[in-house]
Design a protein around this ligand. Structure first.
Ligand SMILES: Nc1ncnc2c1ncn2[C@@H]1O[C@H](COP(=O)(O)OP(=O)(O)OP(=O)(O)O)[C@@H](O)[C@H]1O
Ligand SMILES: [Mg+2]
Length: 270
């Protein structure tokens, strides 16, 4: 390869990185803004629901006094209102859970190295893809007690999200995605296994290349694994690899040191 071609390739890949970084920063800010805007009204609905629910219970108790002779239809109506309020509360809890997950994903202080509970980070990230899984993909988790792991949470969450989305997309009809964490040789090991179509042998050497995708236009950009590898290897000094059997499924592995060297806490360059 001549020097000009070499330089052009370097330039192309730098432009690609910059575009992706810009997209992530914009998305992060937008999400953080939405999270903030939704959090406040959800808090108000939560506490109002609590007050109304307790008040309704008390009113029904009072009205149940036989001396008052309240028609049974009114008491029945009160019961229906209470059960609807319980459903509202559950819906609020669901929204609050999703918002907590988004907070981890969109953390704007992504350049900050922090100690996290890996299981919690993965669990929060998985909540965001649950709607994609609908009823066709079962999500299973087996998290070991591995203690705090020092990492860039937003970036790591982005990697987990990419790997799980790939797994979901690899399952054509019904299947299972299993996420495991364990401690191996003093490092954290994350395994994401799917029962999807697997990766054909001829593609296996190319899946980490920027732009390689087998998905339709508009579905995949082919950047997910390339970015994931950069985040794991360059930002965390870890390793990422996979084993795949076409027709059976795929497992992606992440190995992460529990602590980052002091010099790693400088501004990240992803
Ligand atoms: N779990 C998996 N099972 C089967 N094939 C996979 C799996 N993960 C990745 N691949 C293959 O590797 C290719 C590259 O994956 P990558 O995440 O880099 O890009 P993408 O998913 O196609 O697009 P993007 O992530 O940008 O939306 C995929 O198009 C797919 O062919
Ligand atoms: Mg992908």
């Amino acid at each position: 390869m001549n020097e000009a071609e070499d330089l052009r390739q370097q330039l192309d890949s730098t432009v690609l990185r910059m575009e992706e970084n810009y997209r992530m920063v914009v998305l992060g800010r937008l999400t953080a803004g939405i999270v903030h805007e939704i959090n406040t009204p959800i808090g108000a609905i939560f506490s109002n629901n609590d007050v109304i629910r307790r008040s309704c219970g008390k009113v029904r108790e009072q009205l149940s006094d036989p001396a008052l002779n309240v028609p049974p239809a009114i008491l029945k109506m009160m019961k229906v209102i209470e059960s609807l309020l319980d459903v509202d509360r559950m819906a609020c809890e669901r929204i609050a859970t999703i918002i907590r997950g988004l907070k981890t994903y969109a953390r704007v202080d992504e350049s900050e190295l922090r100690e996290v509970d890996l299981g919690e980070l993965i669990g929060n990230t998985m909540k965001l893809v649950q709607s994609e899984c609908k009823c066709r993909v079962a999500l299973e988790t087996h998290f070991a007690e591995i203690g705090p792991v020092q990492c860039y949470p937003a970036l790591l969450s982005q990697v987990i999200m990419n790997l799980i989305m790939n797994a979901v997309q690899a399952i054509e009809q019904e299947g299972t995605i299993t996420v495991r964490t364990s401690l191996e040789e003093g490092e954290a090991l994350v395994e994401i296994t799917d029962t999807g179509v697997g990766i054909p042998l001829e593609n296996q050497a190319r899946i980490f290349s920027a732009g390689f995708t087998t998905k339709e236009l508009g579905v995949g950009t082919g950047l997910g694994l390339n970015i994931a590898r950069r985040i794991i290897v360059e930002n965390h000094g870890g390793r990422i690899w996979f084993k795949s059997e076409p027709g059976v499924g795929t497992t992606f592995y992440l190995r992460l040191p529990l602590r980052q060297p002091v010099s790693a806490s400088k501004e990240i360059s992803a």
